[in-house]
Design a binder for this molecule. Structure first.
Ligand code: PMV
Length: 338
């Protein structure tokens, strides 16, 4: 039995950063300390082929043609073992996953990769929604993946057992654009999981971050409802900078940014001074996501073209959740989806 799934990453506008300490009873998934709202994008994706094999074989997980780095393998393993525990299925699982964008580099590849795995396995095994939903299963592997199992604008509450939910579909704000600015293709040195834990345990401003997070999420919700780009951009940028302030003030300090991150931020701040509406958000890595309207996209791309240390820009729009697709293969090896 085989299935191929394509899923796109979900970029957080307000971030999940910290754990509540509680676990979802059914899946033991982490419950976030802060609510988050993210956008599932269109334009980049993880393509994931899953085979079920003989129960006597060990599971195998490949990413971009090679074995996963330990962190991500661990997240995929958690999804598989959670599903085994809940449904009792016996077959071995063989996962071959390919990302069309940098992996484990702060571009939310784990959200799309884990969403694709959860969606594919739940479909292959025909798991009824009242036993386990795709969102619940994905959250067991990675909290942000729960958001990537839903299309459009997605909310994930904190300190509650409620799962991620689409609050507005992908058609709600068709002119919204997110430009993914790649400033490094290297994998990050510290995983989100470890940096988050360090921030929570050692940053003197973690409580400030946690207190602000709910207000930011309410404001982002209002900005999405009214399609208010200025409010959306201002709060997303503030939320991202506050999250990064917790990592910089951790002990030891974690700095996810590189020199290219700063040159992109600088370009966007200059654009705003010149009256062009664009804002930055940054996840646990050096890549910057620039938020703007389609009417300003060309001006934003032009300014980014002249920005030093920026390797690539990828304009994205709001997209849908995971979908079953045909594998894209060359000599039977999965390759980058277009
Ligand atoms: O769910 P994880 O372990 O991939 O952590 C996600 C952390 C951030 O990307 C920084 C924030 C978020 O909400 O996606």
């Amino acid at each position: 039995m085989e299935i191929t799934v394509e899923a796109s990453p979900n970029f957080a506008l307000t971030k999940y950063w910290g754990k509540s300490g509680e676990r979802v009873p059914k899946t033991f998934a982490a419950i976030p300390a802060t609510p988050s709202i993210g956008i599932t994008v269109a334009g980049i994706s993880s393509l994931c082929r899953i085979n079920l094999g003989n129960p006597s074989e060990p599971d195998s997980i490949m990413v971009n043609g090679i074995r996963l780095p330990p962190d991500e393998k661990c997240a995929a393993d958690v999804i598989v073992s959670t599903l085994r525990r809940i449904t009792g299925f016996k077959e071995s699982v063989h996962i071959d996953s390919f990302n069309s964008f940098p992996t484990a580099a702060g571009a939310a590849s784990s959200s799309s990769g884990m969403a694709a795995i959860a969606f594919g396995l739940a479909h292959l095994l025909n798991v009824p929604g009242d036993i386990l939903t795709v969102t619940e299963l994905a959250q067991a592997g990675s909290v942000s993946a729960a958001r990537a199992t839903c299309g459009g604008f997605v909310h994930l509450p904190a300190e509650a057992t409620e799962g991620a939910e689409t609050i507005y579909s992908q058609n709600h704000w068709e002119t919204l654009r997110i430009v993914l600015c790649i400033t490094s293709r290297e994998q990050k040195i510290v995983s989100s999981r470890n940096a988050m834990q360090l921030s929570q345990e050692t940053s003197p401003i973690f409580s400030v971050w946690k207190n602000q997070a709910s207000r930011h999420t309410e404001e982002i919700l209002r900005a999405i409802t009214t399609r208010d780009l200025e409010l959306l951009g201002t709060i997303s940028e503030r939320n991202a900078f506050l999250m990064h302030a917790t990592t910089m003030t951790s002990s030891p300090s974690v700095l996810f940014w590189n020199a290219g991150t700063l040159t992109v931020i600088n370009t966007i701040q200059k654009l705003r001074k010149a009256g062009i509406c664009a804002w930055c958000t940054i996840d646990a890595g050096p890549q910057v996501k620039v938020i703007c309207e389609s009417s300003d996209l060309n001006k934003v791309l032009e300014a980014l073209r002249d920005t030093p240390l920026l390797l690539e820009t990828i304009p994205l729009s709001v997209g849908g959740g995971p979908r079953i697709t045909a594998p894209v293969c060359y000599r039977n090896h999965l390759i980058t989806p277009s």
